[in-house]
Design a binder for this molecule. Structure first.
Ligand code: SF4
Length: 459
């Protein structure tokens, strides 16, 4: 196998000169060039066209992938596409003038993506178009509560386990100071906060009073009509009183996440949450008037079969949420999950996604955001589905890199676009250490102020 990287502007005779000595390598010449037509006519059997920062390394990746897929006889559904944000890649091709057909050909040739995954990318892109018009004066807020009542075995988030009310109060003190510092910086420059996401961890581990305090800090930042999501993922913490407080103080979307309804898989994941509690939480959210209820499912858990996973999906659908997000089990650095719990699982999570997509589609659910993770079961994806009009603007903004996000709280990430250019943004992370965050609010504020002022300068 031979890989060549060619300069632009070569004419046909110089191309012939380059390739002729390698003619004995018939069927194994890869060329990285922008002059694809000329090279293919000269005998290279594959050409990779560098684009969007990709180049020789992608050419090599494709060649290695082909070799391994050939040896194993097991091509991957996503082919040689290993990036986290396939839809962003597609978006960039379209924005640079590719037709839909040309973009499809690009994915087919350069990543060897399968048809089901290609159509997933296309459909997801189409369904998120409405959210891509964000401008530089619009921003989202992410507030992190990295605290949980117990640890799920597959968890990779840097959340701590505690019910210590005094510690939670101190955490809110630091969060309040950070928000109070961020707020005038944004409003002083005419920035509009169009969405907020209160996530974790488990925000509903806070008491009713503390949740009221948290919402009271965030609500004044928001523009009228802002999308506000509260993650109330664990139904064992999401009492009707807490859900009522967050709803009353501005949350209009809520996540109640069973992950599975298979009792053995829940037990093995250290999530001792009865399905009845989950169903009750959904019922409460409907009564309280949340406009969108999302439920997460996690595919690839221990003690989960294909049949039981499908049943979990149908169980969730029977409760009529407006949004369902399918995640794939993944091994991450901070997770205690052994790697072979992911790689050793015989369940084909990738094709399970395809089957579930078909089921969701018949009920009117369409994919609207999508991302991939390293070391995911079957190298499968994570996909947010919703009924029309229930897409999360925050999720689209996050995954498309079309909008700036200011994170507050320990472990939160901020991302600021440079002149709205998705190819150019800067990230900043608050400390993940909850105790350090509590102890040093001044340090957090100083770093955050410097970072935001840069954005204000751009804006
Ligand atoms: S609820 Fe979420 S953040 Fe908390 S331990 Fe479980 S997976 Fe991790």
């Amino acid at each position: 196998m031979l890989e060549l990287h060619a300069q632009e502007g070569l004419n046909e005779s110089s191309i012939t000169e380059i390739l002729t000595p390698y003619s004995f390598l018939e069927g194994a010449v890869y060329v990285s060039t922008s002059n694809e037509g000329a090279f293919s006519s000269m005998g290279a059997n594959e050409a990779f066209i560098p684009y969007c920062g990709e180049g020789p390394s992608q050419t090599a990746k494709l060649a290695v992938y082909k070799l391994l897929a050939g040896i194993s006889g097991k091509p991957m559904a996503w082919g040689a596409l290993t990036g986290v944000k396939p839809v962003k890649k597609y978006d960039m091709l379209i924005r640079s003038g590719f037709s839909k057909e040309a973009a499809r050909n690009y994915f087919a040739r350069n990543y060897l993506i399968s048809e089901p995954k290609m159509s997933l990318v296309e459909e997801t892109y189409q369904n998120q178009l409405f959210g891509l018009g964000i401008n530089e004066k619009q921003v989202s807020i992410y507030a992190n509560i990295p605290i949980c009542p117990s640890k799920c075995t597959y968890c990779s988030f840097p959340s701590i386990v505690t019910n210590d009310r005094a510690l939670l109060e101190k955490y809110l003190d630091s969060l309040e100071r950070e928000i109070e510092a961020v707020s005038p910086l944004l409003s002083g420059k005419g920035m509009t906060v169009v969405s907020a996401y209160i996530g974790g961890g488990t925000p509903t581990v806070l008491s009713e009073k503390q949740l009221g305090r948290l919402m009271g800090l965030i609500s004044p930042l928001l523009a009228g009509g802002a999308e506000v999501t509260i993650e109330a993922g664990r139904a064992d913490t999401s009492t009707i009183e807490k859900l009522a407080i967050t709803r009353h103080l501005g949350a209009n979307r809520v996540c109640i996440n069973p992950q599975t309804t298979t009792a053995a898989a829940l037990e093995a994941s250290n999530r001792h949450i009865a399905n009845e509690l989950f169903a009750k939480a959904i019922e409460n959210c409907k009564q309280l008037g949340y406009s969108t209820i999302n439920c997460d499912l996690l595919l690839g858990l221990e003690h989960e079969s294909r049949q039981s996973a499908i049943k979990s999906l149908r169980d969730v659908m029977s409760l009529s949420p407006q949004s369902i997000t399918l995640h794939s089990l993944a091994k991450k650095r901070n997770s205690e999950l052994p790697l072979d719990a992911v790689t050793g699982n015989q369940l084909d999570v990738s094709s399970l996604h395809d089957e579930m997509r078909a089921i969701l589609s018949t009920a009117g659910f369409e994919p609207y955001y999508l991302y991939k993770q390293k070391y995911a079961a079957s190298s499968a994806e994570n996909v947010g589905y919703s009924l029309k009009g229930h897409e999360s603007f925050y999720n689209i903004s996050m995954m498309s890199d079309r909008g700036s996000i200011i994170g507050v709280g320990a472990g939160s990430a901020s991302k600021i676009l440079s002149h709205g250019d998705p190819l150019s943004h800067e990230n900043r992370h608050n400390t993940k250490d909850v105790v350090a965050y509590i102890k040093n609010p001044a340090g957090t504020i100083e770093a955050k102020t410097r970072f935001i002022e840069k954005m204000l300068y751009w804006a």
